[in-house]
Write a protein that binds this ligand. Sequence first.
Ligand code: S3P
Length: 189
Amino acid sequence: MAMELKRIREMIKSEEIFNYNIMLIGFMGSGKTTVSKKLSEMLEMKCIEIDEYIKKEQGMPISDIFEKFGEKHFRDLESKAIENLKKSTGNIVSCGGGVVLRSRNIEAMKSQGKNVLLMASPKTLLDRVKGSDERPILNGNMDVDFIESLMKKRQEKYLDLADIIVDTDKKSVEEVCEEIIKKLIKLRN
Ligand code: S3P
């Protein structure tokens, strides 16, 4: 992959490929943040974390935004951040798991780049998120049954938005990134 990467980076610089935003979507704990950082390093593309952007802009953690202003307010900030992406291309964008809840986000994301759905089993998702209390949706609901039922409710929307799907169970972050790159290149052909 090392040689291939060099060639891919040259192609990116000459804007032959990935001259669009690569949007990472999927359930909480599917690996979007970790994968986006690695992908941005591998492809030398800028990384934008929507939750991080909102946190910085509002000067408080996501859990405080939920607590003080409610979920609707957070979703409004999320939609605004997604719409702002229109202004730039060639980024790796890591989206919050609930981004698919609004059709206006879905429409914007379809027109702004390619959407990469990261998947994992409910048990893997739980293992990845259980040590954190930064996800208000999961506070008090930290179990496989809740994750499975919320996943079922959102799955159709994730699948509808996805241009490519990558399973992350039992794969290293490098393996996931390589699979994403290969599948995105295939999309062009
Ligand atoms: C949410 C997912 C979180 C964050 C917020 C709501 C959700 O992002 O946006 O807590 O509704 O699935 P991650 O998917 O990055 O954890």
